[in-house]
Design a protein around this ligand. Sequence first.
Ligand code: NAD
Ligand code: MG
Length: 386
Amino acid sequence: MLGATGSIGTSTLDVIARHPERYRIHALTAHRSREPLLALCLVHRPAVAVLGDERDAAWLRSHLSEAGVATEVESGPAALVAVAEAGDVDVVMSAIVGAAGLLPTLAAVHAGKRVLLANKEALVMSGALFMEAVARSGATLLPIDSEHNAIYQCLPLEHRGGLGRHGVTQLLLTASGGPFRGWSPTALAEVTPDQACAHPNWSMGRKISVDSATLMNKGLELIEACWLFDARPEQVQVVVHPQSVIHSMAAYSDGSVIAQLGNPDMRTPIAYGLGWPDRIDAGVAALDLFQVARLDFEPPDEVAFPCLRLAREAMAAGGTSPAVLNAANEVAVAAFLDGRLSFTGIADLVARVLDTESLQSVCDLEAVLEADVRARRAASDWLAGH
Ligand code: NAD
Ligand code: MG
């Protein structure tokens, strides 16, 4: 469990706790949240726990040994990679937020694990390299992002080799529209971090909540869908669907549109990934269509929310552009959450960094990591000058 203390981590542990006969947890990781990780270790007693730095690790080690729990405690990025590729691990939940998830997720892929991918930033950054590694290692990649999990369920089981071959004409990626759907650009300029993190349908970590509010989340998901399903950007249509009951759809050449529906609860895609190819109980309430009553659809507003367009353009440009987009967005969102950048400043900053960073081709991971570092520096420099 990479990112065990987060929103996805907590939901995953909830599903796992319903099936004690099926799962044993090898490792739980977190970055700075040592108290929450201690609480999880006391309950789940993993073989290994990982924290970001050694001081927190020492603290956790002493508390666990006082409690008589024999969990080994490690720290730092190399320890994340080690648990992701450990020999006695079958399934890796990739639920670290942001670029920090890239190396451990790739390690799990290279080791041929079943990888449950929530950390979309890893795939956005390294797209082609990531998918080539999956094909080479024989890893099983199951999308946990609810939209991609829905599309996965709407496609034929063996869907690799291009959508056209299976008669799929379009992927319909649904979006709630976020908390500011219908707002004018002037009103958006005044949005506060707490407003941005109060999502109408989903409860999530702060970074993805802001991404959902700017529609950058949908932009990252568009890129994610292109890589996962071998689609071109123009084959992915974003459909705003405020109820978040249809989690996405696949349209076929005979006119059929297949959708996956459910209550907005991440335990459904998580249980799908854990149980696959079986279906297991997720603890999610049955969908009551009479209570839902209606399903609405509208096009996204790309004028008020330019991040979606920026992501589509970055995907079309290719090379290091998606990594630059992601890095600039991570810096911009952190600055917004810190009160150093306005809400509309997020898209402005991402656009500026995409304009100034030259596009490189991606021949290896080094190129991706370099583009990430350069884009972060460019974004931070711009913030420092304003
Ligand atoms: P979160 O902020 O709630 O949790 C993040 C986890 O990652 C925590 O355990 C944290 O300790 C760990 N972490 C943070 N920075 C780290 C670092 N530098 N190194 C190592 N570990 C670090 O985030 P979340 O909402 O659970 O989202 C996790 C990932 O899943 C994100 O990529 C997000 O886009 C994706 N996702 C989340 C949801 C959702 O409903 N929350 C839905 C779809 C996809
Ligand atoms: Mg999603």
